[in-house]
Design a protein around this ligand. Structure first.
Ligand SMILES: Nc1ncnc2c1ncn2[C@@H]1O[C@H](COP(=O)(O)OP(=O)(O)O)[C@@H](O)[C@H]1O
Ligand SMILES: [Mg+2]
Length: 299
């Protein structure tokens, strides 16, 4: 059974996309079969992994992008998967095991124009289709925008686990707090759509700190986050096993540069060449995070 995971925070710009893409790549490097869904209409993850030229072709028609399972509704999730998505200049596969279901800008229509059958909301339809491909993967990851509107709902409803990317600042803490509130409401509203086989609705399993600058002490924001998490756990609004991850990702130029290169950090950085390296660098931050994620809450 694949572990289904959403990365989400009500705060934008905290590093949700960079964390999920780089963690997905690190997992694939470890031999895991990974499927990444881009549920953010801004399409950052899709443009990053496909590079602009391939993505532009999709965006021109919207065909092959995730919204096509809702409108016109003929596509199936299984037909949208781009296998081993990362390619080199000659079309050679650079990272086998990392697949993508991309989005284009038309996903925004899911929030407004879409008029589906109210008895079959988008998240329900998506969940049913996802079932057809689940057994092919170890990890299915959902990159969500900073809200729980319809696109995010697809990821959240199908997930077993939620992770919250955060920066060491007050806005990330507010974003986390808001997320837990909205998550609870969403789970209440959708309870009648859940089947026994789905397991319990996903709760926050972890907070992952990102973009930590060298020499900056993050003990105070970390402690505040821990206190809030403890409160949520006591109120059973976060998973009993939820924790702040020990692995945290440093602020590094190569993370920003990798986006422009259309590659995850594990394929860009010189340090990445040696898979056994334990050096103090951002590639190993992602590797440690991938290992910690594998160890955390075995499905
Ligand atoms: N560890 C990091 N080091 C340096 N820059 C980062 C790091 N993580 C994210 N960024 C940059 O911060 C910006 C926002 O990150 P992004 O992943 O798009 O956030 P979100 O998906 O939460 O909106 C991007 O420009 C990204 O390249
Ligand atoms: Mg994003």
């Amino acid at each position: 059974m694949a572990r289904k995971i959403s990365f989400i925070n009500y705060k934008g710009g905290v590093g949700k996309t960079s964390l999920i893409v780089n963690t997905a790549a690190a997992l694939a490097k470890l031999g895991k079969r990974v499927l990444l869904f881009d549920f953010d209409t801004q399409s950052n993850a899709s443009i990053w992994l496909l590079k602009l030229e391939r993505w532009n072709k999709l965006n021109a028609t919207g065909e092959g992008a995730v919204y096509s399972i809702f409108d016109p509704g003929q596509a199936q999730v299984k037909d949208l998967i781009i296998k081993d998505v990362i390619e080199g200049k000659a079309g050679e596969k650079l990272l086998p095991g990392l697949d993508l279901v991309p989005t284009t800008f038309n996903l925004v229509d899911l929030e407004n124009e879409y008029n589906g059958d109210p008895k079959r909301p988008p998240y329900q339809l998506f969940y049913e289709q996802l079932a057809a491909v689940e057994s092919n993967y170890d990890f299915i990851l959902f990159d969500c925008p900073p809200n729980i509107l319809r696109a995010s709902q697809c990821g959240v409803f199908s997930s077993n686990e939620i992770y919250v990317p955060a920066n060491p600042d007050a806005l990330s803490l507010i974003g986390f707090t808001l997320l837990v509130e909205k998550l609870q409401k969403f789970h209440q509203l959708t309870a009648s759509f859940r089947r026994g086989s789905m397991g319990p609705p996903a709760q926050v399993q972890g907070i992952i700190f990102n973009s930590i600058k060298t020499g900056v002490d993050i003990e105070v924001p970390k402690m505040r986050m821990q206190l809030r998490l403890n409160q949520f756990k006591a109120a059973k609004r976060s998973a009993p096993t939820a924790k702040i991850f020990e692995s945290q990702i440093r602020d590094a130029m190569v993370v920003r540069r990798s986006v422009a290169l259309g590659l995850p950090v594990v394929l860009v950085s010189g340090e990445a060449a040696d898979p056994g390296s334990t050096g103090d660098n951002v590639v190993n931050d992602y590797r440690r995070l991938a290992h910690e994620l594998i160890q955390h809450v075995r499905a």
